[in-house]
Design a protein around this ligand. Structure first.
Ligand SMILES: [Zn+2]
Length: 414
């Protein structure tokens, strides 16, 4: 009788595909640019569709450009277990983020089909069209499409920073923007995503597999600090209402508060802009961004109100005004407890070391988890580096992750 030991993904093919997909959209200086619906994106979608066909899967594209490879089950029901990840990248991104979940998913379904035959429940791998938000602010466009959360009206409003509309982008490559709602599907019972960790935990502890417990919730805010523009030479220090000094103190306070709260709290001030922005004028107005994340929504909300209170106190002390505007909110997501157990048991049975960890980075799984039982497998990122050209996961870790995915899918579908 077949056992999970009969299911192993081939290292040579996985290496070859990671390299080939990682060359699509590569810039001469290093790092990938593969943005939604651009030429590199189209070439990558064609490539993975070809690999899906070679694996003997039934291929199809939906209305938003997600690419699917299906291994149909033997039961009458049309229900589906879905695996996969995103095909787009950040600017200057690495070749593992997103890509591993796609090539690993194809490899997993290929080995299952070859060694185990037809599953009882249908299995499908997807190359998700957009996750990174690199080109449009409609974050998770691919998963939102599949979950029926996009509309033709919303699509008509979306543009990239150069003013190119999503309608024009889709039309250029033969997709019908009005058909976007047709991407919705109601047959997905489970979503399982293989992904690199993008942080230092697994690599630092020498652990082979991460069983993800949840994904941190986050809020993006824009903080505006207003003071008074004055002459840099003629205004004594004690007479100033310097918006930039106030904003800088707030940024330091936010960093210290996050450090003081301890892991896994993370807070980032990633943008800051000053007006009028001249060397010899005290800054009148400064805006800065805040990105705050924590796996517990109540803790995160308490920290946000603490930050707001301290910003107001700092502003008052320095004679400034402050306004805080919410820009984006993503609630924390819990991975399915039953699926976490399947992952952990299968890792144990395979002799893979694993640990449970929560993800600070956002993923498609965050959205899926709100609709269907969802789980994520992490493999190590060397040095915790990601979203950059040096992003690297050793081949044996990629193979282990894809093999675990295949074995988990076997237990779920056969
Ligand atoms: Zn990713």
């Amino acid at each position: 009788m077949a056992t999970i030991d009969d299911i192993s993904v081939s290292p040579d093919e996985l290496r070859d595909r990671i390299e080939r997909l990682g060359a699509v959209g590569e810039r001469p200086a290093g790092g990938l640019v593969r943005f939604l619906y651009d030429d590199a994106w189209c070439a990558a979608a064609d490539l993975v569709e070809r690999w899906m066909r070679q694996a003997g899967l039934q291929t199809r594209r939906d209305a938003v450009g997600n690419v699917f490879g299906r291994l149909p089950g033997t039961t009458e029901t049309e229900r589906t277990i879905l695996t996969g990840s995103h095909i787009d990248t950040v600017r200057g991104g690495g070749k593992y983020d997103g890509a591993l979940g796609i090539v690993g998913g194809i490899a997993a379904l290929a080995v299952l089909k070859e060694r185990m035959g037809r599953p009882r429940r249908s299995l499908e791998v997807v190359a998700i069209c957009e996750e990174e938000g690199s080109r449009i602010a409609g974050n998770l466009f691919g998963s939102r499409g599949m979950l029926g959360l996009t509309s033709a009206a919303e699509t008509a409003r979306l543009t990239d920073p150069d003013g190119v509309s999503v309608v024009d982008m889709m039309t250029r490559i033969g997709l019908d923007p009005a058909a976007v709602p047709d991407a919705a599907r109601r047959d997905v019972d489970h979503f399982v995503e293989l992904h690199i960790e993008q942080g230092p935990v697994l690599d630092g502890t020498g652990t082979q597999i991460g069983v993800v417990t949840g994904i941190a919730g986050m809020r993006h805010q824009l903080v505006t600090v207003c003071g008074q523009p004055d002459h840099a030479g003629a205004t004594p220090m004690d007479r100033r209402r310097d918006a930039l000094q106030g904003a800088a103190r707030m940024a330091v306070m936010i960093d210290e508060l996050a450090r003081g709260t301890g892991e896994p709290t993370v807070a980032t001030v990633g943008q800051m802009q000053a007006w009028p922005g001249s060397v010899n004028t005290v800054a009148e107005r400064v805006t800065f961004s805040l990105d705050l994340r924590h796996p517990s929504d109540p803790v995160r909300l308490e920290l946000l109100s603490e930050i707001e209170g301290r910003c107001r106190a700092l502003a008052e002390h320095h004679g400034l005004a402050v306004e805080i505007v919410d820009r984006w909110e993503e609630q924390a997501a819990q991975m399915d407890a039953g699926l976490q157990q399947v992952l952990a048991d299968t890792a144990d049975d395979s002799g893979f070391s694993w640990s449970a960890l929560s993800s600070g980075a956002a993923h498609d799984s965050q959205l899926w988890a709100r609709h269907v039982p969802t789980s994520m497998i992490f493999v190590p990122s060397v040095g915790g580096r990601s979203h950059c050209a040096v992003e690297y996961t050793p081949l044996e870790d990629c193979v282990r992750g894809a093999t675990l995915l295949a074995r988990v899918l076997y237990r779920m579908a056969y």
